[in-house]
Design a protein around this ligand. Structure first.
Ligand SMILES: [Zn+2]
Length: 338
């Protein structure tokens, strides 16, 4: 396994005609989906490659589920499958989280996940492998058995039918439990801080103050994001910036300001202002900052923030931030910036 090449496929257990287990007013398929969508969003924010088996209340046969897992990133040992489930035992006193992992895998990541869940106040049971009685060389559960060579984990976050604290904790704390799993993954993958794809390349005349101002962060934030110990910048240096509102374009032969502005759907004036251009002359190889134009989306019947975020390759938090939304409620016809 090469930790830099890790990709994640998330699975929300059950769905549609298969509700899974239930108890204390909570249905497994629904909470598993909430858990999985939130986890998807968190991993995406961190820049970790992630896909998902279902985003709606959909019936998926075991064979189809395995297909989606294997087709997400290909049959690759660098893929980690995290299947999210809730437990029930019929024994009302059952309590705590457990992780099932494939016979081909180790308990390293499963145990890290349980430790982090414990830090969030959830009781933990154990990580374990389970063998098929008729053929003990095989995994008992199809999500482990049929997903070779993927690293396959099933997390049971707790017992829905328990009379202990599990059901309330699961309902109230599932985001914290997801954050715990994400922390375990970051630790496992040696990811120290959030990865961002937003990079700014230092230009002549730039200062930390100027760049910080441009991206709406403080000089201190900019320095800490980039582990800078001094205020000295070098031309060509790459800086991580939050939410870069610009992309960079390199001027090609035959380009004009008008042509570039037109290609990006912006005004020549905006292009000139953004780049402090005093005239219309361009040089081949010159780098221009292009303001990103926000996409507008009109809310349709049946939309949710989750669905829109998923379909537009963004996150719920990002949409809420861009549109100053406080709650999760949308109205049909509402315009959103994406
Ligand atoms: Zn289940």
């Amino acid at each position: 396994m090469n930790k830099e090449d890790i990709k994640i496929i998330l699975d929300a257990g059950h769905g549609g005609a298969d509700p899974g287990t239930s108890g204390n007013g909570i249905v497994e398929k629904d909470l598993a989906l909430q858990i999985t969508l939130y986890m998807y969003e968190r991993l995406k924010e961190l820049g970790i490659p992630v896909k998902i088996t279902r985003t709606t209340d959909e019936t998926i046969s075991p064979a189809e589920r395995v297909n989606r897992v294997l087709n997400a990133w290909g049959n690759d040992p660098n893929v980690i499958l995290i299947s999210n489930h809730l437990n029930a035992s019929g024994n009302k006193g059952a309590d705590g989280a457990e992780v099932i992992y494939a016979l081909r895998n180790t308990d390293e990541l499963p145990n890290m996940i349980l430790q982090e869940l414990q830090k969030e106040g959830q009781n933990i049971r154990s990580s374990y492998q389970r063998r098929l009685p008729s053929n003990p060389s095989k995994d008992y559960y199809f999500m482990q058995r049929n997903t070779d060579p993927i690293q396959s984990l099933t997390i049971e976050y707790g017992f829905l039918d328990s009379n202990k604290d599990d059901p309330i904790q699961l309902k109230n704390n599932y985001r914290r439990y997801v954050d715990a799993v994400v922390r375990a993954l970051m630790e496992y993958l040696n990811i120290k801080e959030p990865i961002t794809e937003d990079i700014y390349i230092v230009k002549k005349g730039d200062t930390l103050y100027k760049i910080a101002n441009q991206f709406g962060v403080s000089v201190e934030e900019l320095k800490s994001m980039n582990n800078l110990t001094s205020n000295t910048l070098q031309i060509g240096q790459q800086l991580i910036v939050k939410d870069n509102p610009y992309e960079t374009y390199v001027v090609q032969k035959g380009d004009s300001l008008w042509k570039i502005a037109n290609n990006y759907g912006i005004k020549v004036e905006d292009l000139k202002n953004t780049n402090n251009l005093e005239n219309n002359l361009l040089k081949i190889g010159q780098e221009l900052l292009i303001p990103k134009v926000g996409n507008k989306y009109i809310v349709q019947k049946g939309d949710s923030l989750w669905k829109i975020a998923f379909e537009n390759d963004t996150t719920v938090d990002e949409i809420k931030r861009k549109n100053n939304l406080v709650g999760n409620l949308l109205t049909i016809g509402q315009e959103l910036f994406l």
